[in-house]
Design a protein around this ligand. Structure first.
Ligand code: AMP
Length: 281
């Protein structure tokens, strides 16, 4: 695996690949890699000729400075995991390589960044738009792989491609979970033993909510049930629990629409904010 730390090194290598007709697959990450990230790499290896993974903890998408500071960083372990998975290139830039000057662009994502994560993390998706757009300009992939764990982010990236006119195929990949159902996340390693155990209530509640909704229980009543369950232990601080149209991400009052619905949750367990979702089948 080739490891590069700046775009001046990376760009000519990737240009050679493109000239030779190779399809470049790209997996942007913030590191502290787990099996969920590796599944994206595996998807890229299958669907492209040359797989590039980036590890960059993007300061512009953190609205909480403490969250940015405590975000786990373990570059050596990450590089070993990527090497083992068969990734071709790892790009690990410094902030100056991505933002030689401050990125002042403001993207208009329409309603997409005003709901759910967008409503609770001011500026988060604009920061995601900035970094992904910078990375796309540098890597120029034909395909880019994103996890459905960050469901709203996938919608934002698709919109970004429309706005910026990127001819990049965005490939959403399924959520990988731990055996107790908790969605894999770099943030899980910040949970202590008690918090880690408590976190398994999140996927459990989504499953219960799905069963109740299928049983024709009104959305409001299901929401009440979920918040009530979370109020039993002060370790939980829910940010939101919503049932939305899976295509538009607009919150639903009832399950009368024809298309797919999605349950989305954001909840602090201790100091760590976790998100998850379940597309209703
Ligand atoms: P992050 O490093 O958290 O920014 O995530 C990098 C990419 O990995 C994003 O596209 C995430 O959606 C994806 N990802 C994170 N966790 C999972 C998971 N449990 N299953 C599948 N993809 C994931």
């Amino acid at each position: 695996m080739i490891i590069v730390r700046n775009k001046a090194e990376l760009m000519p290598i990737l240009e050679r690949q493109r000239v030779n007709g190779k399809i470049i697959g790209f997996v942007p990450t913030m590191g502290a890699l787990h099996a969920g990230h590796i599944s994206l790499i595996e998807n890229s290896l299958k669907q492209s000729d040359f797989t590039v993974c980036s590890i960059f903890v993007n300061p512009t998408q953190f609205n909480d400075k403490a969250d940015l500071e405590r975000y786990p960083r373990m570059p050596e372990k990450d590089a070993a995991m990527l090497e083992k998975a068969g990734c071709h290139m790892l790009y690990m830039p410094e902030v100056m390589d991505i933002y030689p000057e401050t990125d002042t662009r403001v993207f208009d994502f329409g309603h997409l960044d005003k709901v759910l994560e967008g409503a609770h993390r001011a500026g988060h998706f604009n920061g995601v738009g900035q970094v992904v757009s910078r990375l796309f300009d540098i890597v120029k992939p034909q395909k880019a792989f994103f996890g459905l764990k960050d469901y709203q982010q996938v919608a934002i990236i698709k919109k970004l491609c429309e706005i910026q006119n990127y001819q990049i195929e965005i490939i959403p990949c399924p959520i990988l979970r731990e055996t107790d159902g908790l969605a894999m996340s770099s943030r899980n390693m910040l949970l202590n033993e008690e918090e880690r155990k408590a976190a398994s209530l999140i996927p459990q509640l989504m499953q219960e909510a799905q069963a109740r909704l299928k049983n024709a229980e009104p959305i409001d009543s299901v929401k009440k049930y979920v918040f009530e369950k979370l109020s039993h232990n002060p370790i939980y601080k829910p940010d939101y629990f919503e049932v939305c149209d899976a295509n538009t991400l607009l919150p639903l009052n009832s399950l009368t629409i024809k298309g797919p619905s999605i349950i989305l949750i954001a909840c602090f367990v201790g100091k760590i904010r976790l998100i998850d979702n379940l597309v209703m089948n």
